[in-house]
Design a protein around this ligand. Structure first.
Ligand SMILES: O=C(O)c1ccccc1NCC(=O)[C@H](O)[C@H](O)COP(=O)(O)O
Length: 215
């Protein structure tokens, strides 16, 4: 039997939404620590959210090109995962994994076959790979834009490579995405919001329900 699908709800900012995501059956929740994001949460807020989540759902802190002091500060909070969502090189990902002593998700933007070929450089240095859409031109942050990509591009990937899928997923398209890309997990933020940074509990429930039904 294949492993169950991991469902991650990213960009959670408040305890009530965290609680709703847990009750709806999320496997992992993500907290964004990046000032320019409408989903940014402070270190103190993340500490509280992790303490509420511990033992109930896996936690992930999303960082963009963090320096060593930021990595140490986040690692001290004890999340299960750190997600690197910036232009980190393979050697920097490896160094952050060693510094943090925490499992790493490396997010990679996909828009072409060349981008898919680039994934191989990260297999050994990250614990999970997350494939995302490319940010729109001129965007001031590297993710969380609700941008999909051509899911058939992942057919060029070595079938042994396990990956999570994100980028523009919604309750309406998650089943098609799972059927086409066959990911080990799905990750959503924008597609379960009523406005940037404002999660909609009904959409979170529908997303998880539809992802589970499709898996
Ligand atoms: O959410 C943000 O604002 C953000 C800022 C900087 C880097 C990444 C960011 N989000 C990425 C995610 O939340 C997820 O991991 C995922 O890519 C969600 O994508 P989407 O559903 O398209 O918003």
């Amino acid at each position: 039997m294949s492993d169950p699908l991991t469902v991650k709800i990213c960009g959670i900012k408040t305890p009530d939404v965290l609680e709703a995501a847990i009750l709806a059956g999320a496997d992992m929740v993500g907290f964004v620590h990046f000032q320019r994001s409408p989903r940014h949460v402070s270190i103190e807020e993340i500490a509280f959210l992790i303490s509420e989540a511990r033992g109930r759902v896996e936690t992930c802190v999303l960082l963009v090109n963090p320096d060593n002091s930021c990595v140490a500060e986040v690692a001290a909070l004890g999340p299960d995962w750190i997600q690197l969502h910036g232009p980190e090189t393979p050697s920097r990902v490896e160094a952050i994994r060693a510094e943090a002593g925490i499992e790493i998700i490396k997010a990679l933007p996909i828009g072409s076959r060349e981008d898919v070929a680039h994934i191989a450089d990260f297999i050994e240095v990250a614990d999970r790979i997350l494939l995302d859409g490319k940010p729109p031109k001129g965007a001031d942050r590297p993710g969380g834009h609700g941008e999909t990509f051509d899911w058939s591009l992942v057919n060029a990937l070595d079938p042994q490579v396990s990956f999570m899928l994100s980028g523009g997923l919604t309750p309406d398209n998650v089943a098609a995405a799972i059927s086409k890309a066959r990911p080990a997990g799905v990750d959503v933020s924008t597609g379960v919001e009523s406005a940037p940074g404002v999660k909609d509990i009904g959409l979170i429930e529908a997303f998880i329900r539809n992802a589970r039904a499709a898996a």
